[in-house]
Design a protein around this ligand. Structure first.
Ligand code: FE
Length: 347
């Protein structure tokens, strides 16, 4: 699959939402969300405007939401769950926290590799935006050909150069799980050992901190999701501009299996009492309006290919070859990856 990002892509009419029913005026949807992006507010407001359904949001990180759903059990008021990692979505499905959804809209708009497996009753979760996990490097001192594959992150030629957040962070667990799918468990463990050997410092902070550490000279190479760099690229702050000036980005593995992308996705909670409204909300997230918001507001890539991009940062990053490994695989590989991380000392 090759993503094409063309600003000239034709505008697509906003998807029409069902008309507001009188009884929907007081309806409230309980949303448990791990998306803590301030710009998401517009998403919820637009949904309420279009449907009259109010969103009551509970925010926590992925792990916190899953723990809460488990402890609330059948008494859970949750209707919709939004998480920011494919492996966590998969885990929640396996743990019985979601319910299957059959929706022609979702089936048509969300690619099969970016949703839960359809067991005949529908999928249990759907990706609504993607984020590439890429390599960034110091333009002045690093040759792009030394960092244009994930494998090279573990190559001795990059010794002492690398900054990366905790190995156990979901973004990394999923990326490592994707790599394992391609090179097998044995090579993956050796690779992870090499990654640890190449670190410029012990893992700390989030993705943006790794990018800043390249700009400050503490390291030469960083791993980060694309939207964090895009955010810096669109910032007006001089200190952010200075960071962007020093750092270049490479989409790894373009000549082999492609760049790993993770998803942010949603599901209907197992015990939702508002199933119809919950499905309507998921369908809204796949609408042209919400899809262009993900791209233009939070610098993620839409899952609906026809979405019009109006985002200079994403345009600058260009088009790239995406790894087509189904998102559910990241979760399946996660336990083995965590064991490897423990063995190689990747905190
Ligand atoms: Fe994030």
């Amino acid at each position: 699959m090759t993503r094409r990002f063309s600003l000239a892509a034709s505008a697509v009419a906003a998807a029409l939402l069902a008309p507001v029913a009188a009884s929907a005026q007081q309806q409230v949807l309980n949303l448990y969300s791990a998306r803590h992006y301030q710009t998401d507010e517009a998403l919820y407001e637009n949904f309420t405007k279009a449907t009259g359904i109010r969103i009551n949001r509970v925010e926590a990180d992925d792990a916190g939401i899953l723990a809460r759903l488990r402890s609330e059990g059948s008494a859970s008021p949750a209707d919709v769950v939004l998480l920011v990692d494919a492996a966590r979505l998969w885990r929640a499905e396996v743990d019985g926290l979601f319910q299957p959804v059959r929706s022609a809209t979702l089936q048509q708009r969300v690619p099969a590799t970016l949703r839960g497996k359809d067991d005949g009753q529908g999928s249990q979760w759907f990706g609504f935006s993607t984020r590439a996990r890429v390599i960034m490097y110091d333009k002045a001192s690093v040759k792009p050909e030394d960092v244009d594959t994930y494998e090279e992150l573990g190559d001795p030629k990059n010794k002492g150069r690398l900054c990366i957040r905790s190995g156990s962070h979901p973004y990394n667990l999923s990326m490592f799980g994707a790599v394992m799918e391609r090179i097998g468990p044995e090579k993956t463990e050796a690779w992870l050992k090499g990654v640890v050997d190449n670190m410029a410092r012990a893992p700390k902070g989030g993705d943006t901190d790794q990018i800043r550490a390249v700009a400050s000279g503490e390291c030469k190479v960083a791993v980060s999701n694309t939207y964090y760099l895009a955010r810096l690229m669109r910032s007006n702050k001089p200190e952010d501009k200075a960071v962007v000036d020093k750092v270049a980005v490479v989409f790894p593995n373009q000549s082999t299996w492609g760049t790993h992308v993770n998803i942010s996705g949603g599901a209907v909670a197992k015990n939702s009492k508002n199933r119809d409204a919950a499905v309507k909300f998921l369908e809204y997230l796949a609408s042209d309006q919400a899809q262009s918001y993900f791209a233009n507001g939070n610098n993620e890539w839409p899952v609906v290919a026809s979405t019009r991009l109006d985002n200079p940062a994403l345009a600058t990053m260009g088009e790239f070859k995406v790894d087509t490994t189904p998102a559910s695989v990241f979760g399946m590989n996660q336990v083995r990856i965590q064991q490897m991380l423990d063995r190689v000392g990747f905190k």
